[in-house]
Design a protein around this ligand. Structure first.
Ligand code: NDP
Length: 618
């Protein structure tokens, strides 16, 4: 079953709904037609009202945020003690910060984490089909330190979660960790040069150093759809999968759904992985789609034990560097990862700027990129028609936008799911999403789709870090909060430290460099922070704090190098990559890209950088 056919193309000469581009069409004509179609598809989805609205799992939906994996609650006395460092967040960012600090001899290190164990996003997300979508040999950190080679090219979520736990054990982080605990405030005491960290369990922990690593995908979000609170069927968010209701596990076989009509809202990277299992198990499945994902070949495979046995020391760093160099437009002798990410490296410059291709004149660079983009998207659209048997459904599943408008997706089972007779695609583009709910149904285009269970694959409030958003206030020198200090925009040195907030570090993507392999950049940041702390201890510094001058110079560098992605993003269908259709004028990252940024950090450490941040007693 499908709903609302794709709109007639205004140019009259564009590719058909099935994406068949007439072979004889001259490239320029094909490009012009694609641009028109991209614009049409964008306009259909652009919000007409107050913008795309999402809500957090609070109030009525607060129970969705409960931890389904928590062991029975044990009461504990509030802590009143001192550690050398507190790390906020027990996901891989926090684990990396803690591990790199431990390697420098810092201790005790206390990780404070909301979940009942380490893992962060991999703790909460256990939906059926969960896998990492970046190659696990480059995605997972600290592999050589823990003596691990992942069992699959794209590892399943449970293996990744177990790796997080192994990192915790290897670096002795369980001993001082505080789980099921959320930081509520940080307060700097100038006299003792120590932070007091308060939590929702009444703790008051004193720490010389604090590292915030609260992640970018930690706040599940719900679409603010009319009547959502009136729906009486069963509901949950993919990051809080309710196996008690669905049966089965992360490998599927959701026996509890055999007699159920199930709806899933959202078709992003998460849906690509769980929809095949829902389709295989549910009596009827309705997939409510607003924007189709691009779905390229996955080709997952088990790790060859002979290859794993032959890996020479240093292999992990070499492989990660090889991937990072390639996906940011650099050249390497051999593409070690050789997958859908490295194959589209050039197109990824549209999201993550780098200093590659600077030698080409602007017009030439743009045209070459657009043609390469069109070729890739034609290939992806053709793949849909090859796999999906019903032409109308295939038409709706084709993505009409440029490659980096949305997070690229990979699956060898998602599109195939729509050939099942019990699986129905419901397109919601014209109503800019699901219209409303009744007690029993999801309403789209006036049609009521009755379901027993609704799964929200609607993603996360992206980029909400505890520190920057003020979720927990940090009172720095003189009682000023970080959000007050940043009233006119963030001010940092390398994205990691801020004047007025001594010994406080934050990991993330603000004013530094990102990558699709986010854990790699977090590792570079964690290593940098740990080396600064090590230098502070060695040189007997009173604390670490960037000078105002160094911070101003960095903010100026960020502004000067900021890539202008506005024109590209303005033509994209709305989504979190372009701030839901309202792209920002300038990116807030280091415009020369992560390879150059990591080199800059190294040179800074090896040169006179430490003198800019180490403050000694008068
Ligand atoms: P996304 O934000 O990517 O997707 C949310 C989906 O919900 C979109 O398809 C969106 O449509 C849809 N949606 C939202 N509101 C409505 C509505 N009112 N009506 C209909 N549809 C709606 O979330 P995901 O959880 O899929 O992925 C988030 C991120 O998590 C990924 O981009 C990726 O970075 C990460 N991830 C990483 C994995 C890994 O292995 N490393 C695996 C899975 C996820 P629209 O597109 O139109 O906004």
């Amino acid at each position: 079953m499908t709903a609302s056919p794709p709109p007639a193309d205004p140019s009259g000469s564009s590719p058909s709904a099935e994406g068949q581009v007439p072979e004889a069409a001259p490239v320029a004509q094909e490009l012009a037609a694609a641009r028109v179609r991209y614009r049409t598809e964008r306009d259909r989805r652009m919000p007409t009202g107050p913008g795309r609205r999402y809500t957090r799992l609070t109030g009525e939906f607060g129970y969705w945020d409960e931890d389904p994996y928590a062991p029975p609650e044990k009461t504990r006395q509030p802590l009143r003690d001192s550690v050398e460092a507190v790390v906020i967040g027990g996901g891989f960012g926090g684990l990396l910060a803690a591990a790199r600090l431990r390697q420098q001899g810092v201790g005790p290190v206390r990780v404070i984490e909301k979940g009942s164990d380490f893992g962060g996003t991999w703790y909460w997300n256990r939906y059926p089909g969960i896998h990492c979508d970046i190659e696990s040999y480059v995605y997972l950190p600290l592999l050589e330190e823990t003596g691990t080679v992942p069992g699959w090219k794209y590892a399943p979520g449970e293996e990744i979660r177990q790796h997080a736990r192994a990192v915790g054990r290897t670096f002795d982080l369980y001993r001082d960790a505080c789980f099921r605990t959320q930081v509520t405030a940080l307060r700097w005491d100038e006299e003792t040069a120590v932070w007091t960290v308060s939590t929702d369990r009444g703790d008051r922990v004193r720490a010389r150093y604090v590292v915030s690593a609260t992640g970018t995908l930690s706040e599940p979000r719900l679409p603010a759809i009319e009547g959502i609170e009136t729906f009486r069927g069963h509901t949950f968010h993919t990051s809080r999968w309710d196996y008690a209701y669905t049966g089965g596990d992360a490998n599927g076989d959701l026996t509890g759904l055999r007699d159920k009509r199930v709806g899933v809202i959202g078709t992003g990277a998460t849906a690509l992985q769980c929809v095949p299992h829902l389709g295989a198990s549910a009596h009827q499945l309705y997939v409510f789609q607003r924007t189709p994902s691009s779905v390229d070949v996955r080709a997952n495979r088990r790790t060859d034990p002979r290859w794993a046995a032959g890996l020479a020391p240093g292999w992990h760093r070499r492989r990660r560097d090889n991937f990072l160099t390639l996906v940011t437009g650099g050249s390497v002798e051999e593409d070690l990862v050789a997958d859908g990410w490295t194959g589209t490296a050039r197109l990824q410059q549209k999201l993550i700027a780098s200093d590659a291709y600077r030698d080409l004149p602007d017009g030439v660079r743009e045209e070459t990129e657009e043609l390469a983009d069109l070729a890739k998207m034609n290939e992806i659209r053709a793949r849909v028609t090859e796999i999906v048997q019903d032409p109308a459904t295939a038409g709706l599943l084709q993505p009409w936008y440029r490659y980096m408008c949305k997070r690229p997706g990979f699956s060898d089972t998602y599109l195939q799911t729509f050939n099942r007779p019990n699986v129905h695609l419901v397109d919601t583009a014209d109503t800019q999403g699901v219209e409303r709910f009744t007690e029993r149904a999801v309403v789209v285009g006036g049609v009521e789709y009755e379901v027993d269970c609704l799964v929200f694959a609607t993603g996360f409030a992206v980029g909400v870090s505890g520190l920057a958003s003020g979720l927990f206030p940090a009172y720095g020198r003189g009682g000023t909060t970080l959000t007050e200090a940043w009233e006119e925009g963030p001010r940092t040195l390398h994205g990691l430290t801020t004047h007025g907030f001594p010994n406080l570090f934050q990991l993330g993507s603000l004013q530094n460099a990102a990558s699709v392999n986010f854990l790699h950049v977090l590792d570079e940041q964690a290593t940098h922070v740990a080396e600064i702390v090590a230098a502070a201890r060695k040189r007997g510094a009173r604390y670490v704090e960037p000078t105002r001058e160094a911070q101003d110079a960095w903010v100026a560098t960020i502004e000067e190098k900021a890539a202008d992605q506005h024109a590209f993003q303005a033509e994209c269908t709305p989504g979190y990559y372009n701030n839901e259709g309202m792209p920002r004028r300038r990116a807030n990252g280091y415009g020369d890209g992560p390879v150059a940024f990591h080199r800059l950090l190294r040179e800074w450490r090896e040169g006179t950088g430490m003198d800019e941040v180490l403050v000694h007693a008068e």
